[in-house]
Design a protein around this ligand. Structure first.
Ligand SMILES: O=C(O)CCC(=O)C(=O)O
Length: 374
C-alpha cells in the first residue's frame, strides 16, 4: 500500500489542520495561512508578490471563521477582518514543497564505475523534450557531455545561454584554455591539473562551468571529473572526524594578477542547515588554512590529505578525451574537474570556456516540467 496522501480538514470552525503520513495532524498557523492569502488586497495577482509586510500582522492573529465552499475551496475570515478564499489543492502543494532546490531531480551520486556518461547530440534548435532531457541529466549527474557543438569560436556561449545567463568575470564572458607563455592561470599551461573546483576565490563561486574543445591534436589532455558529493559522503562514513573538520574549517582562497585581487573563504565541504553536503570548495593550488594551534592544523592537514587522496583515487574519478566539437558542462560546486598533462609539441589543444549560475538550469527544469510530460 502507498503512503496516504496529505489532506486538509476543518477541525473546528476556527481550525484548519493537515493530516500527513499518519502522524498527529498539524494545525495550520493563522499567520502562515494569512501570508499565503491570494486575495487581491493581499497580493499582486501578476507577480504573486505580497502587497503588505507580514511582520505588520498582529502576532496573536487568529482564524475567526472557516467554511467549506465545496469544489476544493475554503473561505477563511481572520481576526483582523481580512477574508480570503483558498484552494485546498494549492495549500497542499505548498505544504509538500521542499526547501530550496529539492524539487529538482534528485542527485544521483556516481563513482569511477560510471560507465554510461550522460551524453547528448547538440542541436541549436532543440525541442522542449530534448532540452528537458538534457537539463534533467545535468541536474542528476552534475554534468553532461555534448557532441556536435560547432567548432567555431564562441559556440560555448550559445550552449551556456541555452541553460542560463553567462557570467562575465575578470577572464571575460569567454576564456580560452590553451598553453600560452606567461600564463595568468595554470589552466593556461600544459601541466596536469589535479581535481579542483574552479574559482573558489569568487563570491559567489560560478555554479556551472562549460568547456568546449575546438581542437585537440595531442594524445594527452584527458578530461577528468569526480563527483565531490559522492566522495564527501564516502568520507562521512569512512572517516567522520575528517568530514567534521573539513565541513567546519573555513579556508581562504585567493587569486591575484596585475588588475585583480579576489579573496573568499569557505570550508572545503560546505553543508546546508540539514547537514547535507551543499558545495565542495577544493583547489589544492589555491587553498590556505588560517593559522591555528599545531594540534588543530595536524588534524586539518590529515583530514585534507585523506579527502584529497580519495578525490585522486580512480575509484572516484572518470577520465575521457574531449574531442574537437565536444563540450562538457558541469556543476562546479559539486564536481571537481581536471586534466592530464599534454605535450604542446604534438599539436594544438584549444578549449573555450564560460560560466553560468546553477539557478539557470534549475529554473529551466522547472519551466519545462510545466509542459513536458515525463
Ligand atoms: O584543460 C582542461 O581540460 C581543463 C582546464 C581547467 O581545469 C579549467 O579551465 O578550469
Amino acid at each position: 500500500m502507498g503512503q496516504p496522501l496529505p489532506r486538509l480538514q476543518i477541525a473546528s470552525p476556527t481550525e484548519l489542520v493537515v493530516h500527513d503520513d499518519g502522524a498527529q495532524p498539524i494545525a495550520i498557523h493563522p499567520i502562515w495561512l494569512r501570508e499565503r492569502s491570494e486575495d487581491p488586497r493581499a497580493v499582486d495577482l501578476t507577480t504573486g508578490q505580497r502587497l503588505h509586510d507580514p511582520s505588520d500582522l498582529p502576532l496573536d492573529l487568529a482564524i475567526a471563521a472557516i467554511s467549506d465552499l465545496g469544489g476544493g475551496q475554503v473561505s477563511v475570515v481572520f481576526s483582523d477582518g481580512h477574508e480570503a478564499v483558498y484552494s485546498t489543492q494549492r495549500l497542499l502543494a505548498e505544504i509538500a514543497l521542499p526547501l530550496g532546490d529539492h524539487d529538482c531531480p534528485p542527485v544521483r551520486l556516481w563513482t569511477g564505475q560510471l560507465n554510461d556518461l550522460p551524453r547528448a547530440a547538440w542541436t541549436d534548435t532543440p525541442t522542449e523534450p530534448e532540452r528537458f532531457g538534457w537539463v534533467t541529466d545535468f541536474l542528476r549527474y552534475g554534468f553532461i557531455v555534448f557532441s556536435g557543438v560547432p567548432r567555431e569560436e564562441g559556440s560555448v556561449l550559445t550552449v551556456g545561454q541555452t541553460f542560463g545567463h553567462v557570467r562575465t568575470t575578470n577572464f571575460g564572458a569567454l576564456f580560452d584554455v590553451r598553453s600560452v607563455p606567461d600564463a595568468t592561470d595554470l589552466a593556461y599551461t600544459a601541466i596536469e591539473l589535479g581535481a579542483h573546483t574552479d574559482n573558489p576565490y569568487r563570491s559567489p563561486v560560478p555554479g556551472v562551468q562549460l568547456l568546449h574543445c575546438l581542437i585537440n591534436e595531442t594524445t594527452g589532455g584527458l578530461s577528468t571529473l569526480v563527483d565531490g558529493f559522492a566522495a564527501a559522503e564516502a568520507l562521512r562514513v569512512q572517516d567522520p572526524e575528517a568530514f567534521r573538520i573539513l565541513s567546519q574549517t573555513p579556508v581562504r582562497f585567493r587569486y591575484q594578477d596585475p588588475s585583480t585581487e579576489l579573496v573568499a573563504s569557505a570550508p572545503p565541504i560546505e553543508l546546508d542547515v540539514t547537514g547535507a553536503v551543499r558545495n565542495i570548495h577544493m583547489s589544492p593550488r589555491l587553498d590556505f588554512v588560517p593559522l591555528a594551534p599545531p594540534a588543530q592544523l595536524d588534524a586539518y592537514y590529515r583530514a585534507r590529505k585523506t579527502f584529497d587522496l580519495m578525490l585522486r583515487d580512480k575509484a572516484f574519478e572518470i577520465r575521457f578525451l574531449l574531442n574537437a566539437g565536444e563540450l562538457v558542462m558541469f556543476d562546479n560546486c559539486r564536481l571537481l574537474h581536471g586534466r592530464t598533462s599534454f605535450d604542446p609539441s604534438e599539436g594544438l589543444r584549444h578549449l573555450q570556456g564560460c560560466y553560468i549560475d546553477i539557478d539557470g538550469p534549475r529554473s529551466l527544469y522547472r519551466v519545462l516540467r510545466r509542459t513536458v510530460q515525463t
